[in-house]
Design a protein around this ligand. Sequence first.
Ligand code: HEC
Length: 120
Amino acid sequence: MNRLSLALAGAVFSLFAAQSMAGDAAAGKAVWEKVNCASCHGPDAKSPIDPVYPILAGQPADYLAHALTAYQRGATGAPASANVRKNAVMGAFATQLSRQDVDNVTAWLAAQPGPLKVAQ
Ligand code: HEC
């Protein structure tokens, strides 16, 4: 019986933990528009103003969130590493985002149709 309660408590806890990490795509679209990410990446996140700028639409949310967090770290002056990206432009934009903004905007980006989407 005790084991069952523990297992149930664990399942409930992981459910809440998973929920708190998931982003809200509708709120993410609002972040995308407010910070004007589209001015470089394109309104649909796959038609950048310069072909060397990355296509974001359809990339996995966890990868995009990792990238944004890495730019935030890079902007604090941390030396470049696998978890730190030094980029003056994206550093300036990523630092305008809260942790929740990052989760939301990456949930929205991952849900957009794009050439990089992996078929599920
Ligand atoms: C002034 C132009 C500009 C704006 C505005 C801009 N970006 Fe970027 N973004 C870039 C460039 C250039 C890169 C590639 C930088 C590099 O080489 O690391 C990039 C890279 C990224 C990446 C990494 C993609 C990958 O495949 O690794 C993400 C995620 C991203 N941008 C999200 C955003 C979001 C979200 C916003 C709005 C908050 C935003 N960008 C606003 C120019 C911009």
